[in-house]
Ligand binder design. Structure first.
Ligand code: SF4
Length: 408
């Protein structure tokens, strides 16, 4: 059986090849760079229709689509590169709770075993302890990578819809990303701030049209909302249809797991719970939020009106619809959508989920309430790699751009 473990990012990497799932085109590259800084030969897996088909071949058909997407990409890489399984590590975090994500790594290990690749190690830190199973230095650098990746993506999404020269924003962000990737390959993250400031300055100087487009918040299941391959480039589709998209960040989930630890510990008794609670509070305030604030300050010239809300506010807003004890992505999706509408001025929200996703199904059943309360449309889209679910955006974006005439 392939070996599952929480903590492998230690020491020199031992010359192993580590594969990162391609969940987000920006953050995944920075995460791989952090793993390279620890001595691994780290790569982001490629994904396309072929890798998804391979994933479906190796799964039963009832799994949510991030499962065949990720395992198919790994199987294809193993077939193409013909690597000795015992030299390969697959990065597949896990979570506990009611949804199926906690089963991915276990299912992956069974699939690898059937392929005769039982030697593959699966690096599987858990959301249950806010990924504390990772080596602390690497975990902290991964946090920097997640926040900087979110900001780079946001820079592109804020400016691209208005650029006068098509392609200039993507080119500028890509060049900045390459420089920052190189910095993350070093253990000293000192240069990252200056490099981020440089790309912010370059993006700020891109010539833009003075129009104002309707803002659309994008929430939902983290893999599908962030992965342009499986979501049919939903954010760019919003742009093509005349809007500006604001995608909920990856960092939100990491902050949530940390905050949830505090909530659970607060509701428990005993000295150990209290100590853990203090530890999680200190970590959040002295590290996670401190660095998030720092990088958003650097990005202020462009992203002054694209800052994220404290995770406690997201949970509070979501708590209007679900109790926090109902752990998982549903409360984040609902809370962030409510804040997009009530605080950020979004004129519509897109809720992106894999087909049959449990949190996606729950939030889809609750969103009509938010629509009634606010009068703002929430478009719930489910993806499995077939068809074009984004077609549902066409009429919504049309009426946001050209409101219906007042009736006489
Ligand atoms: S959040 Fe949805 S897609 Fe992700 S594992 Fe849970 S049920 Fe599946």
């Amino acid at each position: 059986m392939a070996h599952l473990e929480e903590q492998r990012v230690t020491g020199s990497g031992e010359g192993r090849t580590l594969f990162v799932p391609p969940m987000d085109p920006v953050c995944a590259r920075l995460l791989a760079a952090v793993f390279r800084s620890t001595g691994y030969e780290a790569h982001v897996l490629e994904e396309n229709a072929e890798t998804l088909a391979i994933g479906h071949k190796h799964t039963a058909g009832g799994e949510c689509v991030p499962c065949p997407l990720t395992v198919g990409a790994l199987v294809k890489a193993m077939q193409d590169r013909k690597l000795p399984p015992e030299r390969v590590i697959f990065f597949m975090p896990t979570a506990c709770g009611p949804c199926r994500f906690g089963q991915y790594a276990k299912l992956d290990s069974i699939i690898f075993e059937k392929q005769g690749w039982g030697g593959i190690r699966i690096l599987s830190p858990s959301a249950e302890n806010a990924y504390a199973g990772l080596d602390n230095g690497a975990r902290m650098r991964l946090w920097h990578a997640a926040v900087v990746g979110d900001i780079l993506r946001k820079l592109g999404m804020k400016v691209r819809p208005y650029e006068q020269r098509p392609g200039e924003t993507d080119e500028t962000v890509e060049q900045g990303l390459r420089r920052i990737e190189k910095a993350f390959e070093q253990k000293d993250l000192g240069p990252v701030t200056g490099l981020l400031a440089r790309v912010v300055d370059e993006v700020a100087r891109i010539a833009r049209r003075p129009e104002k487009r309707p803002l659309v918040g994008v929430v939902g299941e983290i893999y599908v909302r962030c992965d342009p391959f499986i979501n049919g480039q939903v954010c760019r589709r919003i742009e093509e249809l005349g809007g500006e998209a604001w995608l909920a960040p990856i960092a939100e989930w990491i902050l949530y797991t940390n905050y949830l630890q505090s909530l659970v510990m607060e509701s428990s008794s005993g000295l150990r719970a209290k100590i853990e609670n203090v530890r999680a509070w200190l970590e959040r305030n002295l590290f996670f939020e401190k660095w998030e604030h720092h990088y958003y300050q650097v990005a202020e010239p462009v992203l002054h009106d694209r800052k994220e809300h404290p995770v406690a506010d997201v949970i509070e807003a979501g708590g209007h619809y679900l109790p926090w004890q109902f752990e998982g992505e549903s409360i984040l999706t609902l809370g962030r959508a409510a804040l997009f509408i009530r605080r950020d001025g979004a004129r519509a929200v897109v809720n992106a989920s894999p087909m049959f996703c449990m949190p996606g199904t729950i939030t889809t059943s609750i969103f009509p309430q938010l629509e009634r309360e606010t009068g703002v449309p929430v478009v719930c889209l489910f993806y499995d790699g077939s068809g074009d679910p984004n077609q549902a955006l066409v009429p919504v974006m049309h009426y946001l751009r050209e409101p219906a005439p007042a009736s006489v």
